[in-house]
Design a protein around this ligand. Structure first.
Ligand code: F6R
Length: 608
């Protein structure tokens, strides 16, 4: 979703900001722009579409020492040059960029219009620039504080002022902002990826915090204007992790990284000889772990699907009642959080606004929330009471792949840990952790077969309206497989519990309907096999994901079969999803889709 980059220092800000915006492209956007202070004016260039459209209108000699840049994902007002950020004040002396939504903008805009201001865009954001102009008293810092008091809603704002060109004013309320500290230069961005090539020293702003950023220093305050001392953190991702290497897309690279990312998710956390797990980041004493009576999981999208898998695994291994809810629904309920409940907020980005707000609501009710997150230092892990970092490394493609499998590992580890405190004995524990350690090699085996999946994908590229069916631990995989396909190929796909098809979806099946059956060799195999026969009887085109053991049986009915290695059935979801990620990828590639940046989607969903 919208990206923010700001720079002040001794170097030319233009290439730094443009490069930073490109680093944030993966988050999704539909227009971009930049403002720089150049002697006696603020120069602003903005354009609908990809960043190269905006780059194409930048004068070759353009340079400056202070500037702000933005990638916009439209909310208020259509996708157009005029609605792109930055927005200038009417007199052109102030420029702002904004992520989030100004909820009272209609009323503010009306007042400003009554006072004679003429607006140029349809956005909510433009009122910020106009208010700053109206409130300006010769001290931009003070003006900025005053203006914030008039704004309702959520924001990450950067503002620069022609008359005071030595600093950028910054405020955060609900939309992430990170300061990067360089030598005689400072960066500020909505995502540290924007400036990782320059510095790894960062300061995370929290909600209700403001910063004045100068070339050599930054001053941070809270909304009561009290100075606050912020911790400087070091980011350990390096720039190479952000490169595509020899892969044609980030998504393919990330799919192929999974043996390694899965290994990182359990590295140092397994105690082999006693068949258990240590998760120090949970910040819970053994007694507190022992006392857990219920688990509550909140998440969105792919992370929600990981949570669903987690609920099956926790109930099975630990015998603890577990519920999973979509965060955007949960946050507006008046949820019942019973005593003894521990909650998990699952999020790759750690910034998803619905998950964050659901988490805060649980904490307001006095309960603890643990994060299962990938992006180190992001808001959810910072505000959570503890958690598990999954260490997938940067996930650039909008469609989540490696974060999903690492989230599953986090749940496998947690379920084993809690299970060992309850019904699981040492030998069972050893079996489980040994199997977890084998998973990366098994994923690699599937990846080695990618050519075969690529060939199968050709036939399925010509089809539409996919059904993905699975039972038990394969049901969340069916949902995730369908989500992957629809988001990157724009083909309609639906994930359904296999046992539910008779209650409606079977009406869809005819000779043109592709049906993907996820049916590892578990106790539900025969049940799903019966559903497969029902689909065959109606002429559906069947692709089955199964184990070698059942291939012979299935081949008589299915059109195509993808074989996955054997594993303990409790871990099957982590293997069955891999061919579905590849299948989606190859179908989207055959269709010529923009795989890493699918239309309308954003990597980090920071508006509700
Ligand atoms: C799907 C996808 C989204 C995210 C969802 C939650 O491929 O990427 O569905 O899973 O927006 O994002 P996080 O995990 O960052 O909270």
């Amino acid at each position: 979703m919208c990206g923010i980059v700001g720079y002040i220092g001794e170097n030319n800000c233009v290439p730094i900001i443009v490069e930073g915006l490109k680093r944030l492209e993966y988050r999704g956007y539909d227009s971009s722009g930049i403002s720089i202070i150049k002697e006696k004016e603020i120069l602003t260039y903005k354009k609908e579409g990809k960043i190269y459209n905006m780059e194409a209108i930048l004068p070759k000699e353009l340079s400056g020492k202070i500037g702000i840049g933005h990638t916009r994902w439209a909310t208020h007002g259509g996708v157009s040059d005029k609605n792109a950020h930055p927005h200038l004040s009417q007199n052109g002396k102030i420029s702002i960029i904004h992520n989030g939504i100004i909820e009272n903008y209609i009323e503010l805009k009306k007042k400003l219009i009554d006072e004679g201001y003429t607006f140029r865009s349809e956005t909510d954001s433009e009122v910020i620039a106009y208010l700053l102009e109206k409130n300006y008293n010769g001290n931009f810092e003070e003006t900025f504080y005053k203006t914030l008091q008039q704004l309702e809603g959520a924001y990450g704002i950067l503002a620069i002022c022609l008359s005071e060109p030595d600093y950028i004013m910054v405020a955060r309320k609900g939309s992430p902002l990170i300061i990067g500290i360089g030598e005689n230069e400072m960066f500020v961005a909505s995502d540290a990826n924007a400036f990782l090539g320059y510095t790894k020293q960062v300061v995370y702003l929290e909600d209700y915090e403001i910063a004045k950023i100068e070339k050599k220093q930054y001053i941070t305050k809270n909304f009561r204007l009290e100075s606050i001392q912020k911790k400087v953190n070091t980011i350990d991702w390096d720039q190479t992790a952000l490169d595509k290497g020899d892969f044609s897309h980030y998504m393919l690279k990330e799919i192929f990284e999974q043996p390694e990312s899965i290994r990182r998710a359990f590295a140092g956390r397994i105690i082999q000889n006693i068949g258990t797990v240590k998760l120090g980041g949970l910040n819970l004493t053994p007694q507190e772990l022992f006392n857990i009576e219920r688990v509550n999981i909140i998440a969105c999208g792919t992370s929600y699907h990981a949570g669903l898998v987690g609920s099956y695994v926790i109930e099975e291994l630990a015998r603890v009642a577990t519920r999973v809810e979509i965060a955007s629904e949960f946050r507006y309920k008046n949820p019942i959080i019973e005593k003894g409940t521990i909650s998990f907020a699952v999020s790759q980005s750690g910034e998803t606004i619905d998950t964050l707000f659901a988490m805060r609501e649980i904490q307001r009710k006095g309960a603890k929330v643990l994060g299962i997150c990938n992006v180190v230092g992001s808001t959810i892990p910072r505000e959570s009471n503890g958690g598990v970092y999954v260490h997938s490394g940067p996930e650039v493609a909008v469609a989540s792949t490696k974060a999903f499998t690492s989230q599953l590992i986090a749940f496998y580890l947690f379920a084993t840990l809690i299970g060992r405190m309850r019904d699981l004995g040492q030998f069972r524990g050893i079996e489980l952790v040994s199997e977890i350690e084998m998973l990366p090699n098994k994923v690699q085996e599937i990846l080695n077969n990618s050519k075969y999946i690529e060939n199968i994908a050709e036939k399925y590229t010509k089809l539409d309206n996919f059904l993905f069916l699975g039972r038990g631990l394969s049901y969340p995989v069916a949902l995730e497989g369908a989500l992957k396909l629809k988001e990157i190929s724009y083909l309609h796909a639906e994930g359904v519990p296999a046992g539910e098809i008779k209650h409606g979806p079977i009406a869809l099946i005819d000779k043109k309907t592709p049906v993907i059956f996820i049916m590892p060799d578990d106790h539900l195999f025969e049940k799903t096999f019966s559903n497969m026969q029902e689909v065959r009887a109606r002429g559906g085109i069947i692709l089955s994901i199964c184990n070698e053991k059942n291939v012979k049986k299935i081949k008589g009915i299915a059109d195509d079969v993808i074989v996955i290695p054997e594993t303990e059935s409790i871990f099957s979801s982590l293997l069955t999803i891999i061919p579905l990620q590849l299948l989606s990828y190859y179908i989207a590639k055959n269709l010529g889709c923009d795989i890493d940046k699918p239309r309308n989607l954003a990597k980090s969903v920071t508006v509700e």
